[in-house]
Design a binder for this molecule. Structure first.
Ligand code: GLU
Length: 279
């Protein structure tokens, strides 16, 4: 069955761009009599706030959207993500990384074609790792691209029914380097975004991921994780990003464009829906 989702992180108020994304996914589901799921991606307890979550529900209801109940809140399902992480760890697909982002940035700056998006690290020698663990140093679990390459047979791809930033459409081969050795879990945040998303998309039976084009590159990472975890691959429909008057895309920093501000300024949901192309 067709199922799609809107998956905001409650780190700020929703803006026009979110409204466009939610309306696009909702309309696609309604068009074929499919499911529309709201998922609250609140695993990053350092950035997410309950008042933003309540505001998301208010804003979406104001827009005229309805969604399946109960709403999945990632913070209530950490055991599911840890089970996925444990299976990757048990299969030797991960390693502990003790480096800070700053140290990695320095490492990259010293390499001729280095970039965070393709960075690869390596596990420490066992005795050094044991010493650092004994000293209580914090670390992140990273996916080892080298190990992933050995574990995966055949070429991976995903189906893009929308468009990527360069007009990519159709069957998109996975770039084996993209994403680098991504972080799967950190001490302060627990489980990282990519892992939680692929677990949830599978558990919630999401057939179509409809979201902004800014997440197109992330799909390479997510498709690889799906394959490693033996999860089904949804179809992807990345949509265009709305641009503000200054030609930049909307972001949480643009307070004036939040749905709350638009509403306070007298905008009706009907007018906003029309403006965004939904009647
Ligand atoms: N939670 C992510 C965000 O707010 C979106 C995740 C997704 O659609 O895959 O940017």
């Amino acid at each position: 069955m067709f199922a799609t989702r809107f998956a905001p992180s409650p780190t700020g108020r929703l803006h026009r761009g979110h409204a466009f994304s939610a309306l696009t996914a909702h309309a696609a589901a309604r068009h074929v009599g499919g499911r529309f799921v709201l998922r609250i991606e609140d695993i990053d307890a350092t950035r997410c706030r309950p008042e933003f979550e309540a505001a998301i529900r208010d804003d979406l209801a104001w827009l005229g959207l309805d969604w399946e109940q109960p709403v999945r809140r990632q913070s209530e399902h950490l055991a599911d993500y840890h089970a996925a992480l444990d299976s990757l760890i048990a299969r030797g697909l991960t390693y502990r990384c003790f480096r800070t982002r700053k140290e990695i940035a320095q490492d990259i700056a010293g390499a001729p074609h280095g970039a965070m998006e393709t960075w690869r690290g390596a596990p420490l020698p066992a005795d050094e790792e044991a010493a650092r663990l004994a000293a209580g140093e914090s670390f992140a679990w990273r996916l080892s691209l080298d190990a992933a390459e050995r574990a995966l047979v055949g070429d991976l791809s995903f189906v893009e029914e929308g468009e990527g930033p360069e007009g990519e459409h159709g069957i998109i081969p996975i770039d084996p380097t993209l994403g680098g050795d991504v972080v799967l879990a950190r001490k302060d945040v627990g489980v990282a975004y990519h892992l939680a998303v692929v677990v949830d998309d599978a558990l919630q039976g999401i057939s179509h991921v409809i979201r902004g084009r800014d997440l197109f590159q992330a799909t390479h990472v997510q498709r690889r994780l799906q394959a490693l975890l033996n999860l089904p691959a949804p179809v992807y429909r990345h949509h265009r990003l709305l641009l503000g008057a200054d030609g930049r895309r909307y972001a949480k920093r643009d307070r004036a464009e939040t749905l709350a501000e638009l509403r306070a300024g007298g905008m009706t949901p009907e007018a906003l829906r029309r403006e965004l192309g939904f009647d």
